[in-house]
Design a protein around this ligand. Structure first.
Ligand SMILES: [Zn+2]
Length: 470
């Protein structure tokens, strides 16, 4: 099967050129001047459209037990919403159950995805317990299986949080095995004190979720993780950076040439304390961690992604129902499951408020949403670029069409959307995964099972594209 994507503007990190893209089987076989390629089975007219490398979301939680419930999107519904949003690969978190080996955790997560995959995916391993379950020796074997990043929670005391010994020993292991260390950087001990004090004072509304997780707690943990990773000689990626207090230590480390990167998520540019303060428990929709911040941080984050202090934008998609799951915390904000939906809206929101609002270039958008995640997480150049030999993961994006984002039309099972009612211009019109059309004319045209697990390369190494034998 060959497909010719004709006459679109092919966008990369460094340029944007009008070209035809030939897809042969699962890979890109040629990128050439318009009209110079022929003899194909199918033609997609991309005149006036952008041709983008498929989005890569390095931070999602599908089918994950958390806070006494399970996220509402499983692999099928979560990945379907991703496909409609122009994301063709993501890296999900395996959470090591307390007392379980890493191998058991990997098996459990792969079983949950089996047969349901709509897009390609990899896994990070979230290390929660090195005493009763997995060992450092076992952890060291994961990169050889294509699980090349270790995640540690410095927050969620009594649940996912690790102590500094576990954090540091995992970093030392990563420095030996070629894994990238990822941290959720908030000081969980301090937050635990503040939460108890708020509840004792009778402050139970969702707003107190944000007020008990102040920016200082994120800044302190970010700086601690950076210093410990430098000591352990491990590369570090700080997930979901939200505020100046965390951006500044990352900027300092990067200025010094340390192996430190940071990401933020779509929602931190748009949601704020005004949202979580909404009455009638509506604020619970915006309960995720780190929390929404005051609006002064929006410009801090835009500047950080523009200047490469932050190198990627993810979604931290961790979807729950408002009615039935978030309401578990109706009388106690600390019982509200943390997380929100977002896999579907990243490209449209960043295109609208980043590119169209002239905060970042079209090229930088591609870099933040696809190329950098591919490079940092061992998927490049097989993914993250439109180049000969790379997987034909392609989004034909109509930059003129206008739609309104709403839970009524999104594909997540969540009953709300963080960006409800936002009008955006720009729609992923056709989405291809390894040469197969996933989304066309607003319909999912591929069946679950088309997506695959991708064994990622070790940190700093390339994932070789398939040899093209056309
Ligand atoms: Zn997360």
């Amino acid at each position: 099967m060959s497909i010719l994507i004709k006459g679109g503007t092919v966008v990369s990190v460094t340029g944007a050129v009008t070209a035809d893209v030939l897809v042969d089987g699962e890979v890109i076989a040629a990128v050439a001047a318009p009209g110079t390629l022929s003899e194909v089975d199918e033609v997609i007219d991309a005149t006036g459209k952008y041709v983008l490398p498929g989005g890569i979301d390095p931070h999602t939680h599908l089918d994950m037990p958390f806070g006494g419930t399970v996220t509402i999107d499983d692999v099928e519904s979560g990945q379907t919403s991703a496909a409609f949003g122009g994301t063709t690969c993501h890296v999900d978190f395996i959470i090591q159950p307390q007392g379980a080996t890493f191998a058991a955790a990997v098996d459990e997560w792969k079983a949950k995805a089996n047969g349901k995959q709509v897009i390609d995916m990899g896994y990070h391993m979230a290390v929660t317990d090195l005493k009763d379950g997995g060992t450092l020796e076992e952890l060291a074997t994961l990169p050889d299986e294509g699980i090349t990043s270790y995640k540690l929670f410095m927050a969620y005391k009594g649940a996912l949080m690790v102590d500094d010994e576990t954090l540091f020993r995992t970093m030392e292991t990563a420095s030996q095995t070629g894994a990238l260390v990822m941290v959720h950087a908030e000081n969980g001990d301090v937050i635990d004190v503040l939460v108890k004090q708020a509840l004792e004072a009778g402050n139970t509304d969702p707003l107190y979720h944000a007020l008990t997780r102040p920016p200082e707690a994120e800044g302190e943990a970010t700086n601690r993780a950076i210093q410990l990773a430098h000591l352990a000689d491990a590369p570090l990626y700080v997930v979901h950076v939200t505020c100046r207090e965390a951006v500044e230590p990352i900027a300092r480390a990067r200025d010094a040439g340390w192996d430190v990167w940071g990401e933020t998520c779509t929602q931190y540019f748009f949601n704020s304390l005004d949202d979580i303060a909404k009455p009638n428990f509506e604020g619970a929709k915006y309960v995720y961690s780190p929390p929404v911040r005051d609006q002064s941080n929006w410009d801090v984050l835009w500047n950080a992604v523009r200047t490469d202090v932050l190198s990627a934008i993810s979604t931290d998609h961790c979807a729950f129902l408002w009615d039935g799951q978030k309401t578990m915390g109706k009388d106690d904000f600390s019982k509200i499951p943390n997380g929100g939906p977002g896999l579907e809206n990243r490209l449209q929101m960043i295109h609208e408020f980043g590119v169209r609002a002239r905060r970042i270039s079209l090229n930088r958008m591609v870099e933040l949403l696809s190329t950098n995640p591919a490079k940092l997480f061992g998927l490049y150049p097989r993914k993250g670029t439109i180049a000969v030999g790379s997987d034909a993961d392609i989004v034909v994006f109509d930059p003129e069409q206008t739609v309104t984002i709403s839970a009524a039309t999104h594909h997540s099972k969540s009953d709300y959307n963080l960006f409800e009612g936002t009008e955006v211009t720009g729609v992923p019109e056709v989405v291809l995964l390894r040469g197969q059309v996933l989304v066309e004319d607003g319909e999912l045209v591929a069946s679950p099972g088309v997506g695959q697990f991708v064994a990622r390369a070790k940190f700093g190494e390339e994932l070789k594209p398939e040899e093209v034998t056309a």
